[in-house]
Design a protein around this ligand. Structure first.
Ligand SMILES: Nc1nc2c(ncn2[C@@H]2O[C@H](COP(=O)(O)OP(=O)(O)OP(=O)(O)O)[C@@H](O)[C@H]2O)c(=O)[nH]1
Ligand SMILES: [Mg+2]
Ligand SMILES: [Zn+2]
Length: 289
């Protein structure tokens, strides 16, 4: 029988097969191959005599594989940031966008807590649209923007990611119409979230799956290969193919079309600065080895 792992707790895996959830152990052989089943894995299971229990026999090849949290076959990222409380942190937002591009996910940028600002910075929205971002504005507590998100769920495994306290679990609960995940206030003193969500689990919804994740406030991108980093900046693509050197990293090379596009404001200078900062971090890490 084929199913999808929706949850894993201490060596037990919950596998959704049609409309049933079956509690499974993994075959011992996986331990020797170093292949550990993760949420999102498509698996082949065999039932035991007690048919509510089974054993995972096979893990199908993964289309994508995320590490934090460990989850396979994600197709879409709902990157959630709040406009206030906590304030929008562009550096961190760019990191999340690059990370999701690296995993080749469809990205929907969810800007939440619209109720806390008088108006949205139009320059910022332009910059994000220039990157090619699909943007949804939300007031999760009041239910605004939810139908737009709902329409994007079908046939996807969508992961909610972003910093702590921005409202990921609130959005998920509002979509589901029930308190599937606990939510928590942000700290008055630091204006940061309190890391309320601690575990991840696939939840079936509208012919797709949703996955809440714990928020994190820092993110390192230095595992990305320096030559591949530029592929995570979609707005570079059409210019990059016209650089003088075909392997141009848009760094110190002459006749670089990407740098020219920055000078003529076709590419936002902030994004290019972020690219260079990240590239230099990756190069520095390489030198340490
Ligand atoms: N004003 C306002 N507050 C919101 C909105 N959405 C969520 N909140 C509040 O923001 C706080 C944090 O919400 P959570 O949903 O727990 O945030 P989270 O992103 O899941 O945080 P972690 O689980 O820690 O990563 C809670 O107090 C929510 O009630 C909104 O649209 N407007
Ligand atoms: Mg949460
Ligand atoms: Zn170049």
């Amino acid at each position: 029988m084929q199913g999808v792992i929706t949850k894993g707790i201490g060596g037990l895996y919950f596998v959704k097969v049609e409309d049933k959830v079956i509690e499974c152990k993994a075959r011992g052989k996986f331990r020797y191959t170093g292949l550990v089943p993760v949420i999102g894995d498509k698996v082949e299971i065999m039932l035991e005599t007690d048919v509510s229990k089974g054993v995972i026999e096979k893990i199908y090849a993964r289309d994508t594989e995320m590490i934090r949290p460990a989850v396979a076959n994600v197709t879409q990222a709902f990157v959630v940031f709040s406009l206030k409380k906590p304030d929008l942190n562009m550096d961190l937002l760019n990191k999340f966008l690059v990370l999701c591009e690296h995993y080749r996910l469809k990205i929907v940028l969810c800007l939440n807590k619209l109720d806390l600002v008088d108006k949205v910075d139009e320059n910022l929205v332009q910059e994000l649209r220039n990157v090619g971002c699909d943007i949804v504005f939300l007031k999760a507590k009041e239910g605004e923007g939810l139908s737009e998100l709902k329409a994007k769920v079908k046939d996807n495994i969508s992961v909610f990611c972003g910093p702590s306290g921005v409202g990921k679990s609130t959005i998920l609960n509002s979509l589901l119409g029930r308190e599937a995940m606990k939510t928590g206030d942000i700290s008055k003193k630091s204006q940061k979230g309190k890391h309320t969500t601690r575990h991840s689990e696939l939840i079936e919804y509208e012919d797709g799956f949703l996955l809440d994740t714990p928020g994190f406030s820092s993110l390192s991108l230095d595992f990305i290969e320096k030559e591949k980093l530029q592929d995570c900046f979609p707005e570079f693509e059409k210019h990059g193919s016209e650089c003088r050197f075909s392997n141009c990293m848009h760094y110190k090379e002459p006749n670089c079309r990407v740098k020219e596009a920055v000078d003529s404001n076709e590419i936002y200078a902030d994004r290019y600065k972020f690219y260079i900062k990240t590239l230099e971090e990756i190069i520095a890490r390489g030198n340490k080895k």
